[in-house]
Structure formats: structure tokens, C-alpha cells
Design a protein around this ligand. Structure first.
Ligand SMILES: NC(=O)c1ccc[n+]([C@@H]2O[C@H](COP(=O)([O-])OP(=O)(O)OC[C@H]3O[C@@H](n4cnc5c(N)ncnc54)[C@H](O)[C@@H]3O)[C@@H](O)[C@H]2O)c1
Length: 235
């Protein structure tokens, strides 16, 4: 199925950036938020950021008006019923995430549900729903999904790793092959200290070269041997 119409739930930092990139890429977007002010703020910010892109020569003037016209805002979840794809970028609230998960399972029972997160709190919520941590290669290669990362501050890191790793941990719920929520929940509880350390390690290891590059303008030492962790996590 060709994806043309996309719904985005949550008009915060992520939802705003995702809607911006999608509309510029030609998708018809409905942006949903429970907060009317957040929707107004998102549209204002998207326009401002497009003007910034224009000033930098990244987009053309004639792209802005049609892209903005492609974004419709709503406070009614029902307005997403006709969407080919719905991206959830709402608050880290367990009840909301569960409601969205249940709705996705009901509407798209065969769809794989997956996401990326830097937050241990989100990993916990996802684990309780039956998601398991996976490698990036087990996620989709669909450009539409990865386009959502373009607005992230760590996009440069993601691309430098050929989309095989970044600051986020990938999590997947495969309806055809998944563990029981009790099992993924138990796995999280038993491994959360290790997962937290991995997130800290990623922050340290992945950000270091970029901070260093800024400091010494790309002068790197080059030939250090990779450790076991570097190979294992493709860091
Ligand atoms: N910000 C990041 O760098 C980042 C990176 C990866 C993942 N995430 C995840 O993306 C999600 C959103 O992050 P953010 O930084 O944009 O948060 P944010 O707090 O900036 O925005 C969340 C928005 O969701 C809205 N919302 C809350 N409940 C809703 C509901 N029931 N229906 C519709 N909208 C609702 C809020 O009004 C708010 O505008 C979080 O779950 C976060 O863990 C964020």
C-alpha cells in the first residue's frame, strides 16, 4: 500500500519536527493534540523553521506554502481514521501509550509496531506492552520511518552509523512473533540496570567524536582498535 496520508499524534517537539519533514516531502498530514495551544505553536514553529531552511538555501520559497497547506490540525482522534500511517509522538504517559497501542492493534492487527527511544521510562512502558529491544536492522528500511529522525539533534550521528545505531534503543512488537508482555516486562526488570548503562555508554561514546570534531575541526587520531562493546553495539 502506498502511503500518502499520515497522522501524527502529539504536537510537541517530536510531532512538530515529524510533521514538518513529512509535509515538505509531499505527504498529507493530520496533526493531533489534546492541547489547542500546542497545535498553534507547532504550526508557527514549522513555518518559522521552513523560513530558516529557506534562508540557508535548503529549500525553495515555492515549497513553503504548499507544504504548510498539507498540514491540518485536529483535537479529535477520529480525524485520523482515514490515515495510511499514524505516528504516535505523545507524552510519556503509560495510559496514553497503552490506549494508542490497543488502537493500533485493533485497526492494524498484522502491522509490526516499532519505535526508537532514549528514555528508560519509555522502554519500561513498551516492555510492559510486549515490545522487545532489537537491533536497528530489525526495524524497517522504509524511508518514511527514518524521515522522522531528520528533525532530531542526533541525526548526524545516525547517518554516520549508516542507520545501524544511534542514541536511541530500538523496540519492536511483531504480531507474528512476540513474547508475552509478562516475559518482556520481566526481561526489562531484570536488565534495566544494564540497559541504563548502555544508554549512558551510548551518550558518552557516540557524542564524544562529534564534540571532539567541533573542538579540533575534524582532526582525528584514526587507528585505535575497537573494543568488544564497540563491535557488539556497532558503536
Ligand atoms: N524529544 C526527543 O528527542 C525524543 C526522542 C525520541 C523519542 N521521543 C518520544 O516522543 C514522544 C514525544 O516527545 P516530545 O519531546 O515531542 O514530547 P513533548 O512533551 O514536547 O510533546 C508531547 C505532546 O503530546 C501531547 N499529548 C499528550 N497526550 C496526548 C493525547 N492523548 N493525544 C494527543 N496528544 C497528546 C501533549 O499535549 C504535547 O503537546 C515521547 O514519548 C518521547 O519519549 C522523544
Amino acid at each position: 500500500m502506498a502511503i500518502e496520508k499520515i497522522g501524527v499524534i502529539g504536537a510537541g517537539q517530536m510531532g512538530t519536527g515529524i510533521s514538518h519533514v513529512l509535509a515538505l516531502s509531499g505527504y498529507d498530514v493530520v496533526l493531533d493534540d489534546i492541547n489547542k495551544d500546542a497545535l498553534a505553536k507547532a504550526i508557527g514553529l514549522i513555518e518559522k523553521n521552513m523560513q530558516r531552511q529557506l534562508a540557508k538555501g535548503l529549500i525553495k520559497e515555492e515549497q513553503i506554502k504548499p507544504a504548510l497547506a498539507r498540514i491540518r490540525v485536529t483535537q479529535t482522534l477520529d480525524d485520523l481514521k482515514d490515515r495510511d500511517l499514524v505516528i504516535e509522538a505523545a507524552t510519556e504517559d503509560e495510559a496514553i501509550k497503552k490506549k494508542i497501542f490497543d488502537l493500533s492493534r485493533e485497526k492494524y492487527p498484522d502491522a509490526k509496531l516499532f519505535g526508537l527511544t532514549t528514555g528508560l521510562a519509555v522502554m519500561k512502558i513498551n516492555s510492559e506492552l510486549g515490545y522487545e529491544p532489537v537491533t536497528y536492522s530489525e526495524l524497517t528500511q522504509d524511508e518514511d520511518f527514518w524521515a522522522g529522525c531528520k528533525s532530531c539533534v542526533n541525526y548526524e550521528i545516525l547517518m554516520s552509523k549508516d542507520r545501524k545505531n544511534c542514541m536511541c534503543t530500538a523496540m519492536l512488537y511483531d504480531p507474528k512473533d512476540h513474547y508475552k508482555p509478562e516475559e518482556t516486562k520481566q526481561f526489562f526488570e531484570e536488565n534495566k540496570t544494564g540497559l541504563e548503562r548502555l544508554l549512558q555508554f551510548k551518550r558518552w561514546k557516540l557524542l564524544k567524536p562529534f564534540l571532539k570534531k567541533k573542538e579540533d575541526n575534524g582532526n582525528n587520531s584514526g587507528s585505535q582498535q575497537k573494543s568488544f562493546l564497540q563491535y557488539f553495539f556497532n558503536i
